[in-house]
Design a protein around this ligand. Structure first.
Ligand code: FES
Length: 162
């Protein structure tokens, strides 16, 4: 799924929909990010008011947890597992290949339409090296397999946004 920048009104509506009785800040933030693809800055004031917190408290939680992003994700997001089992099966060589193929660097934000992110275990250690591309899990990834998967993800995004 691709995501675009939300308007302020749409962000406030997001909070209204997810800040149900009994929901914690964390569960609301997860729900917002699941739906919008990121946590827009515009939700901070609304969340603070709804939960009787300061804006600084809400902002602090969003920035403390690496999982939450404050800007829409790239059109193609690659999450490569760089934990031990995958490392022993060549993840670092795969990382170099991916950077060369995409022209992007891991963990440096997103350039153009691609973001490369390191993650540490996807629960597929027996099938390493593992990765996710736009939330889809892939196992035993080789450089050639990555090239095919990446091209397919780019084509899929292009079709959705055409
Ligand atoms: S170490 Fe990579 S999936 Fe577990």
């Amino acid at each position: 799924m691709t995501h675009t920048q939300l308007s302020a009104a749409a962000s406030v509506e997001l909070v209204r929909r997810h800040a149900v009785q009994g929901a914690t800040l964390m569960t609301i933030l997860h729900a917002i990010q699941d739906e919008a693809g990121y946590v827009p800055d515009e939700v901070v004031a609304s969340l603070a008011q709804t939960l009787s917190l300061s804006r600084a408290e809400v902002h602090g939680v969003i920035t403390y947890y690496h999982h939450f992003r404050s800007a829409p994700p790239a059109r193609v997001t690659v999450q490569l597992c760089r934990a031990e089992a995958c490392r022993s099966m060549g993840t670092e060589a795969l990382k170099d290949h991916i950077e060369g193929h995409t022209g992007c660097r891991f963990d440096s934000g997103h350039a153009e339409d691609t973001e490369l992110e390191s993650v540490y275990c996807l629960g597929q250690c027996a099938l390493s090296p593992s990765m996710m591309i736009n939330g889809e899990l892939h196992a035993r990834v080789t450089p050639a397999k990555f090239d095919r998967l990446f091209a397919a993800a780019q084509t899929k995004v292009a079709e959705v946004t055409a």
